[in-house]
Design a protein around this ligand. Structure first.
Ligand SMILES: *Cc1c(COP(=O)(O)O)cnc(C)c1O
Length: 561
């Protein structure tokens, strides 16, 4: 017998004999318990020998098994603390407007307030809530602040937060249909609902040849669909033998999300296989330039694998002409993925459904993030494929320990084959709760409210001759700048953000520094957008003054504008 095993056996045995009380052991911690009852590495008690000598526990350094459970939170305690947590979150939502939007703590300030080592003994739960107030909240940038206009919103909402709690409480792992049929079937169903709401064709649903899957992000949707496209283009060879270096090329516009290049790196085709297609005047992909690039590559012996079109680019909200890009993809046999991470959900409104022109006819896959503009708190990306076989062909691996009758029957969906990880949580509950709480009509109201506020803001900017609007803005993102140089615009952005009342972000539009104001947060109302404009108008003169270039044009006020 290995020495470790003897040590282990004796400690177990002696614990039974000496038996420090379980409660004591728990209070002082198992490690300290072992120090208090130091045990010689010797004489295994014969009656326990055969039992303890078995299995992995005889590995060197193995710790004694402790058959006492830890002190879990009881159901009664969970009820009590759960109510306190719900109250805490509700209070946070009520007071978030009074907090500065952007956290201004220096690097390391949050960590400096945390103990250097974890607690040895459990602590009362209310202590954690105290630290939420004391340590965490001051270190937050408040994405749920009604003055948050940076990047794109991520809408936390009551139903989404509560559904997340339900998912955590159930703690199911839905890798296979069999490991929780409801987890899989609700996801299929809710994603079919969403497909109908945003006007995706039947082939993207489970009634057709495709279907939807919840991913964590639009970037992951890019990854799995690029893998599916490579699978299709290579007839399965990529999955088997890996990437043929220098053979495959993929396309997107110069305005596409940076996740695309990262995806090319991860799949192994490499960043140099990405062709960035130039854009037209409205910053959408130029389909003629795409055709020229594909033609050139095909002649040079490359295989055009995939084109990613964007409906609502991250930088300016530009909408690529999918109906013109689609035929080019068909011609060269390339997979067409449509990234509608931010904008796609706007198609819930019939009057905005034009943003999906061409998707029904031409797209092989499509993704939108309800966690941005559809009140479904992070994380939730709805990713659709028209041919689920390409996706599962690329990603399915079947080890013996996952074999089961339901999977082999072929009539169920095993979502592990639709994603990178094996395990998956019950995220569908979140969108289910959001759709059921708001109803389709409520979701349309949310989108229309955001769009109306954005149009109002754009009209104020457009009516003030110190400013210019830089890009088309049919939805809820406005890109604009002060007529002046980049440094005046940077100064203006810093000045309004420093007030703590709003947060805007920036981008470059045709090389020039531009401010971005994105609307769609759960709490944002007209008065918050008006306040943002008032701040911009007020600070505009200061920014221009400091460069010695001040006109003194009066701001058009939100009330008169
Ligand atoms: C936000 C965004 C992404 C990235 O989304 P993640 O879900 O964070 O990966 C991709 N594309 C577009 C157009 C986006 O707006």
């Amino acid at each position: 017998m290995a020495p470790g095993a003897a040590h282990f056996s004796f400690r177990q045995w002696s614990r039974r004999l000496i038996r420090p009380s379980d409660t004591l052991c728990r209070r002082i911690g198992t490690d300290r318990c072992a120090d208090i009852y130091p045990l010689p590495v010797a004489s295994t008690p014969p009656e326990l020998h055969t039992h303890w000598d078995m299995g992995a526990s005889s590995a060197p350094g193995a710790q004694p098994l402790d058959d006492a459970p830890p002190r879990h939170m009881t159901a009664a305690e969970f009820r009590e603390h759960g109510r306190a947590v719900v109250d805490w979150v509700a209070d946070y939502w009520e007071r978030v407007e009074s907090l500065p939007v952007l956290s201004t703590l220096p690097p390391g300030a949050v960590r400096a307030q945390l103990p250097s080592s974890p607690p040895e003994l459990g602590e009362p739960f209310p202590d954690l809530l105290d630290d939420m107030d004391r340590v965490i909240v001051p270190g937050l940038t408040h994405w749920q602040h009604p003055g948050f206009f940076a990047y794109f919103p991520t809408g936390a909402s009551g139903p989404a937060a509560l559904a997340d709690l339900l998912a955590s409480g159930l703690g199911v792992q839905g890798m296979l249909w069999q490991t929780s049929p409801a987890c899989t079937e609700l996801e299929q169903h809710v994603l079919d609902w969403l497909a109908g709401l945003i006007g995706l064709p039947e082939r993207f649903t489970f009634a057709g040849t495709g279907g939807g899957v919840v991913q964590d992000s639009a970037s992951t949707a890019m990854l799995v669909t690029m893998l599916a496209a490579l699978h299709r283009a290579s007839g399965g060879q990529v999955a088997r033998d890996g990437i043929d270096r220098g053979r495959y090329v993929v396309y997107t516009s110069t305005e596409a999300n940076c996740g695309f290049e990262k995806t090319a790196r991860i799949t192994g085709i490499g960043a140099s296989a990405v062709r960035f297609i130039q854009t037209r005047a409205d910053l959408s992909m130029d389909p003629q330039a795409l055709r020229a690039a594909m033609e050139h590559d095909a002649r040079a012996g490359f295989t055009p694998v995939l084109v990613m079109a964007t409906v609502g680019t991250t930088s300016t909200g530009a909408i690529d002409p999918v109906e013109l890009i689609g035929p080019v993809c068909r011609e060269y046999g390339a997979w067409l993925h449509v990234d509608a991470a931010y904008a796609g959900v706007a198609a819930i409104c019939p009057e905005l459904r034009w943003i999906h022109a061409g998707v029904a006819e031409f797209a092989d896959s499509y993704a939108t993030n309800p966690h941005k503009w559809l009140l479904t708190a992070l994380d939730f990306d709805a990713c659709y494929v028209a041919d689920r076989g390409a996706l599962t062909g690329a990603l399915s691996v079947l080890p013996e320990y996952l074999r089961n009758g339901a999977s082999e029957s072929g009539v169920v969906v095993d979502y592990r084959d639709w994603q990178v990880p094996l395990g998956r949580r019950f995220r569908a509950l979140k969108l289910w709760a959001v759709i059921r709480w708001y109803g389709a009509a409520g979701l349309r109201e949310h989108i229309r409210h955001s769009v109306a506020l954005a149009q109002q803001f754009a009209s104020w900017v457009g009516a003030d001759e110190r400013f210019e609007v830089l890009a088309p803005h049919p939805l809820s993102l406005i890109c604009f700048r002060l007529r002046g140089d980049d440094s005046a615009n940077r100064e203006l952005l810093d000045a309004v953000n420093a007030t703590g009342r709003v947060l805007l972000s920036h981008t470059k539009v045709r090389g020039a520094f531009a401010l971005r104001l994105a609307i769609g947060g759960t709490a944002t109302r007209r008065e918050h957008v008006a306040a943002a404009w008032a701040l911009l108008a007020e600070h505009a003169n200061i920014a221009r003054h400091s460069l010695g270039r001040g006109h003194h044009t009066e701001a058009v006020s939100p009330e008169t504008g």
